[in-house]
Design a protein around this ligand. Structure first.
Ligand code: G3P
Length: 215
């Protein structure tokens, strides 16, 4: 499984969100066995979901119910907009444990999958108790850089996989080439979450093809 997190990169906001999704979906057709998902910015989620057959994820949701929650991103709304799941607690949008729990509960109730980000194996062990559908291990200091988590911290990935137990674990941070994927799978992860290497690439299709060939 590979998820592409669009963040708020200019290459992936406004009309670019759907264009990028479509161009990456073209590549994904050649790798039918890999589950490929996209996390567009919140304001583009509905449009991307309406024109895409891929699983579309919300980058974040809040513990907001129906009604008086001006400006919040509710799990109900993400679901109605076409999301299959929601990310929670990305290191760029950290949440306290209670907020993660409340939002994850609301997400589950509305039928959204949950993916919780963890910065280290200790956090992975803590989040397993919340029964998310996925956990993503991402060391924050490697995000957006050229050194991937698989080359800098292979032993910690092993520990994170162990801490995750039966919860499927993805890895992310600095993932940019095929060997990052092969290494992640070898260490017991089910795949990766990638952002800058694909989204900001001069040729995103080329990088994405290379990453998918690692599965
Ligand atoms: O959620 C994925 C992300 O934080 C990894 O970012 O740019 O290192 O691929 P990047």
């Amino acid at each position: 499984m590979i998820l592409i997190n669009f963040k708020t990169y200019p290459q992936a906001i406004g009309p670019n969100a759907l264009k990028l999704t479509k161009s990456l979906e073209e590549v994904a057709k050649g790798f039918a066995k890999v589950v490929v998902g996209f996390a567009p910015p919140s304001l583009e989620l509905a449009e991307v979901a309406a024109h895409s057959k891929s699983p579309i994820w919300a980058q974040h949701t809040d513990p907001a119910r129906e009604g008086q929650y001006t400006g919040y991103l509710s799990p109900d709304d993400a679901k109605a907009a076409g999301a299959v799941g929601t990310f929670l607690n990305h290191s760029e949008h950290p949440l306290d444990l209670e907020t993660i729990q409340r939002t994850a509960d609301l997400a589950k109730k509305t039928g959204l999958k949950t993916l919780i980000f963890a910065r280290d194996p200790e956090k992975v062990a803590e989040f397993v108790k919340l029964s998310p559908d996925f956990i993503a291990y991402e060391p924050p200091e490697l995000i957006g850089g050229d050194i991937s988590v698989t080359s800098a911290k292979p032993e910690i990935i092993g520990e994170a996989v162990k801490a995750a137990g039966n919860t499927p674990l993805l890895i992310g941070a600095g993932v940019h080439e095929k060997t990052d994927i092969t290494k992640a799978l070898e260490l017991g992860a089910i795949g990766a979450i990638v952002s800058s290497a694909v989204v900001t690439a001069p040729n995103p299709q080329e990088i994405f093809t290379n990453l998918l060939s690692g599965f």
